[in-house]
Design a protein. Sequence first.
Length: 341
Amino acid sequence: MKFLDLTRVYIRSGGGGAGCVSFRREKFIEFGGPDGGDGGNGGSVWAEAVDGLNTLIDFRYQQHFFAKSGQGGMGSQRTGKTGADITLKVPVGTEILDEDEETVIADLTTVGQRVLLAKGGNGGWGNLQFKSSTNRSPGRANPGQDGVERTIWLRLKLIADAGLLGLPNAGKSTFLAATSNARPKIADYPFTTLVPNLGVVGIDGHEFVMADIPGLIEGASEGRGLGDQFLAHVERCSVLLHLVDGTSSTLTRDYRTIIGELEAYAEELAKKPRITALNKIDALDAKTLSARKRALEKATHGPVFLISGVSGQGLTEVLRALYAQILAGRVQPVEDVPWQP
């Protein structure tokens, strides 16, 4: 299945049916009077978050969604049939944006969450509705209300507890494969990962979801490489794990490159809790490892974990640190708890 996380769709709700102008005409009924029925309401367009989807690829092949219009009213006080609604089934984590790609209409973050995107038009009144003591034979009826037509954007942000960051070939996919049930593509060339991957990580009897996104390079915020479009998939994460290639001779520069791209993308993302790990330590001797760890600690102004996705060294410790940060993010501050009587 191909991965798609941004697409444009065109929607239109159904128009309401027109009211009917009709009069009762029967052989033995001398004063029949008006009996025109109302028109049916038009169908609405909804969006619903469903389980089992992790891409918007279905909307590449169908981009137009039009609900049914209501049926017109009929004589004998018969109301027209209401038009059928139409529902766009999207993955959990989908943001619905207006045509400007900036205004957020809805953010569907839980299974079963629904939002009304375009309400169907009301059906018009038949002439029976206009009958009064001074107007016994009204000869008019209302037309149905038009439906709503609009263009919207669907943007998927994967739901994950932790996100992996790093330059291409920093070992993110190897780390994800070693710690989770995910099986991403692993190779010895840059940009092996072309789409985000999700994996369920287990540690000490607990589980959390980790997201691996394609590697960033210097200038990604300006469109170089694969750009920074995939950073949206780590916006919802409680903590970020920044992997730095221990075999690189410019590891402090590599570290600052990623931080710079985070700040260029969004200040809020750069301020997220972040854990730094020096990867591929199995390929370094003790002296080189010690020197590079000190250099990276100086650049980060904090602790650095030593890990190897290939040999498994240090993985348990860094996973415990990630899970502790995730738990801390889930705890609601006391001052934010709403008062209840």
